[in-house]
Design a binder for this molecule. Structure first.
Ligand code: KIV
Ligand code: ZN
Length: 504
């Protein structure tokens, strides 16, 4: 292996999926696994097969479809677990069993009610047994973060002698601080016989907000595999997030470690996991949060518009975003307002821009965050007048045993057009019907539904973001009928795109 390559071991489908409410079915897990393969991770931990028939089945199905990454299955240091994991991995092109046992004082005394010598025996026995089924066996020393280094070194030396190919040093409780975790890895590197024959892995939890820092400290002290999850999801405060580790290694060239991840796919993978797991990403989350590239102060906005690197250390395109978001507040300048209005399809200059800017400042004094809907109200009267597309008619058929179908009538450049389509749901059917009229090849980047209040008669607000030739266009719709609001938002975004690209 290249000495500076860090293997990315993704455990979104195992440690990430253990979070209450985040459970996925097998089809969804396969979708995530395929996205992880496209992202370029080296190892996918697909599940804990003994834990449930669903987990077993997911490992089987993922093993069948994934070609490149190693497929890993978790076990305890228990023979039955190992047998079931081996069976679940039977179709994997590159199978790995991940077995282990607790090594800290707490785990040995209060969880396993055992002693240090017996734990070493059980660890060795588990690795040897796993070796009967697969060549690639990873051993984890659970709660290694709180295990004293001398004893940990003895455990690790014994499992390497038993055949382990990777040794995982989890900070299970997220207790370590970076200097301490780095020292632990260095201690193993310097004191364990044959440690250079195996890969040392980090597996850090985020209870004190230090998972990423600990992982980087581990890498800088000799670890060559990082166990991570998309969006940092996982037990309690989560695991180390994949996007943070990968982007640190990419953007800090002075650290000199690389990964095989195609960073341009980070954002789409993050959105897929967030949607399927029904787990929103916090807006200020590093790399993938909605605000991670949003600038709100006038000085920053002006600086970014003049030269991106004035305030951005990562080009948003590196993670698959098309540009940084300029957040509009009372501190924003004309340049930022003009830029945003253009993205919404309004090219304002001179007096008209000054006029809207004055109204914008007056509104921004009363309202902290100015969103696209507010801007659309500000440019108000001209809004529908200028639109290239207008929704005239929408009829949708859907229900438990019906095939969703939609018929739309649009006014497109002053002429009436009608089309129908079926889809996986009413919104998909309606969007496809619109696409049957407007052939411009746009990509749907974001679709967000929000309720204004909380009642059954609530107005649904829909935001749509589409991408065409590297630029994003936004659309908005509001209606008590959320399908109508969705179609309005979609054709609004299409209108804005066509306004800037009339020949599209
Ligand atoms: O956090 C942990 O210790 C784990 C192990 C099972 C690898 O998830
Ligand atoms: Zn864990």
């Amino acid at each position: 292996m290249a000495d500076n390559k860090v293997y990315i071991f993704d455990t979104t489908l195992r440690d990430g999926e253990q979070v209450p409410g985040c459970q996925l079915n097998t089809i969804e897990k396969i979708e995530v696994a395929k996205a992880l393969e496209a992202l370029g991770v080296d190892i996918i931990e697909a599940g804990f097969p003994i834990s449930s028939p669903g987990d077993f089945n997911s490992v089987v199905e993922i093993s069948k479809v994934i070609k490149e990454p190693v497929i890993c299955a978790l076990t305890r240091a228990v023979k039955k677990d190992i047998e079931v994991a081996a069976e679940a991995l039977q179709y994997a092109k590159r199978p790995r069993i991940h077995t282990g046992i607790g090594t800290s004082y707490y785990h040995i005394n209060y969880k396993l009610r055992s002693n240090q010598e017996e734990i070493i025996e059980r660890a060795v026995e588990a690795v040897k047994y796993a070796k009967k089924f697969v060549e690639d066996v990873e051993f984890y020393a659970e709660d290694a973060g709180r295990t004293e280094n001398e004893y940990l070194a003895r455990v690790i030396e014994a499992v390497i002698a038993a055949g382990a190919t990777v040794v995982n040093i989890p900070d299970t409780t997220g207790y370590c601080i970076p200097e301490e975790y780095g020292r632990k890895i260095r201690f193993l590197k310097e004191n364990v016989k044959n440690i250079d024959k195996v890969i040392i892995s980090t597996h850090c939890h985020n209870d004190l907000g230090m998972a990423t820092a600990n992982t980087i400290a581990g890498i800088m002290n000799g670890a060559r595999q990082a166990e991570v999850t998309i969006n940092g999801i996982g037990e309690r405060a989560g695991n180390t997030s994949l996007e943070e580790v990968v982007m640190i290694l990419k953007c800090r060239k002075d650290i000199k470690y690389t990964t095989g991840v195609n960073t341009k796919k980070i954002m789409q993978t993050s959105r897929l996991v967030s949607t399927l797991m029904r787990m929103p990403v916090q807006p200020n989350k590093a790399i993938v949060g909605r605000n991670a590239f949003a600038h709100s102060s006038g000085i920053h906005q002006d600086g970014v518009l003049k030269h991106r690197e004035n305030y951005e250390i990562i080009d948003p395109r590196e993670i698959g975003l098309s540009e940084s978001a300029i957040k509009l507040t009372a501190r924003s300048g004309r340049a930022a307002l003009k830029h945003r209005l253009e993205r919404l399809g309004y090219k304002l200059e001179g007096d008209r821009l000054n006029e809207v800017y004055e109204q914008f400042l007056a509104l921004a004094d009363r309202k902290k965050d100015i969103n696209d809907d507010d801007l659309l109200v500000l440019v108000g009267e001209e809004r529908t007048k200028d639109k290239i597309l207008k929704l005239e008619y929408l009829n949708v058929v859907c229900g438990k045993s019906a095939i969703p179908m939609a018929t739309v009538k649009l006014i497109y450049n002053g002429q009436e057009h009608m089309a129908s389509a079926t889809g996986v749901g009413p919104i998909d059917a309606a969007f496809t019907a619109v696409r049957n009229i407007v052939k411009t090849k746009v990509k749907l980047e974001e679709y967000l539904v929000q309720a204004v209040t909380r009642g059954m008669d609530d107005v649904g607000k829909v935001h749509v973001q589409i991408e065409y030739k590297g630029a994003n266009y936004y659309g908005f719709g509001a209606n008590t009928d959320v399908v109508t609001a969705s179609v309005e938002a979609f054709i609004d975004a299409l209108s804005n795109c066509l306004m800037v690209n009339p020949k599209a």
